[in-house]
Design a protein around this ligand. Structure first.
Ligand SMILES: NC(=O)c1ccc[n+]([C@@H]2O[C@H](COP(=O)([O-])OP(=O)(O)OC[C@H]3O[C@@H](n4cnc5c(N)ncnc54)[C@H](OP(=O)(O)O)[C@@H]3O)[C@@H](O)[C@H]2O)c1
Length: 292
């Protein structure tokens, strides 16, 4: 079936292809998609005609059910389908998608053998995993699985409201030389000021952050007032971009103007040290916010 509109953004497929091309023109060379996003064919069409090595393609295999009779075959079939839709003969980073702590043994024992075989066959270059950040905001699955040498690349939820991966994940990825892709840099909380206000007031009510650090009416105004950032998303992307331990910051947008702004944000210098220090005081000890 051919889609004409993307359900989540309402974007026309032709416009989505145009946006991927716009990203490439702006210098983006890392494209992340997934089997269950329905966007692999869009990426395939946008990169058609480019020398393959000019782009790094990351895509994800939805986990088969744990009681599936042949989950290895599911992984292989999923990969073949992704190759077809992306119109390529290899994937740079092939992930197991949204592995929660409860899925970890299944992923390791029943899916990894197929992932390793695909890597040996050079159909994938690197084996990746993405965490289920919404339900596993303190990185339980990654903390457990990074004790073993399984992944080449991990996709981690990290943002200025939940920088906990700095303490619990980077020491492990750095020790093993595992690549880190950052997701959830902005989401709803850091693109909609009213959502951020709500989150701050919930934290204040719980006593999770010190009242004297925030201005009640505009709790995060310091982020723009005391720094050179021109918008909340800009500050949020810059926070992630300059984090030691993050190799790639992902940006998710269906808006061409936002895409341009985000690329320019990612190219800007770090936020001022005083702003970073204040963020650390406010959120450095929290490991449960997702940014949603
Ligand atoms: N478990 C998983 O595997 C998993 C889960 C979630 C996401 N991901 C991956 O993470 C990557 C990034 O996705 P994300 O959702 O984390 O993206 P994100 O960049 O943190 O947030 C995207 C949201 O921010 C808004 N936004 C972006 N730039 C903006 C701007 N300049 N001004 C105002 N609003 C802006 C977007 O709305 P507009 O469209 O209006 O710009 C969208 O609602 C994707 O590649 C995705 O595959 C993986």
């Amino acid at each position: 079936m051919e889609f004409t509109t993307l359900v989540e953004t309402g974007l026309k497929v032709s416009d989505a292809i145009g946006m991927v091309k716009q990203a490439l023109d702006l210098g983006v060379n890392f494209l992340d998609t997934a089997q269950n996003y329905g966007t692999e064919a869009i990426v395939g069409k946008a990169i058609a005609g480019l020398p393959r090595e000019q782009v790094v393609i990351s895509t994800k295999k939805t986990l088969p059910p744990v009681d599936h009779a042949n989950p290895e075959l599911e992984v292989i079939k999923g990969l073949e389908q992704s190759l077809k839709l992306l119109d390529t003969d290899y994937i740079d980073v092939y992930h197991l998608h949204g592995v929660e702590p409860k899925d970890y043994e299944f992923a390791k024992n029943r899916l990894m053998p197929a992932m390793r075989r695909l890597k040996e066959q050079k159909k994938i270059r690197f084996i990746g995993v993405t965490e289920g950040f919404v339900t596993d905001a303190s990185h339980g699955m990654l903390q457990e699985s990074l004790k073993e040498n399984l992944w080449d690349v991990v996709m981690v939820g990290f943002n200025l409201l939940n920088p906990s991966a700095r303490k619990t994940v980077w020491p492990l990825t750095q020790k093993q030389g595992v690549g880190v892709l950052d997701m959830f840099a902005v989401r709803r909380a850091l693109s909609r000021p009213e959502r951020l206000k709500e989150i701050c007031s919930e934290l204040l009510q719980k006593g999770a952050i010190a009242e004297n650090l925030l201005n009640g009416n505009e709790p995060m105004e310091f982020l723009l007032r005391d720094s050179d950032a021109t918008s909340l998303p800009e500050a949020a992307y810059r926070f992630c971009r300059h984090e030691r331990g993050v190799d790639v910051v992902l940006t998710g947008t269906g808006n061409p103007t936002h895409l341009k702004e985000n690329v320019s944000a990612i190219l800007k210098p770090p936020l001022p040290k005083a702003t970073l220090d204040k963020l650390e005081k406010l959120f450095g000890g929290l490991d449960y916010l997702t940014g949603n």
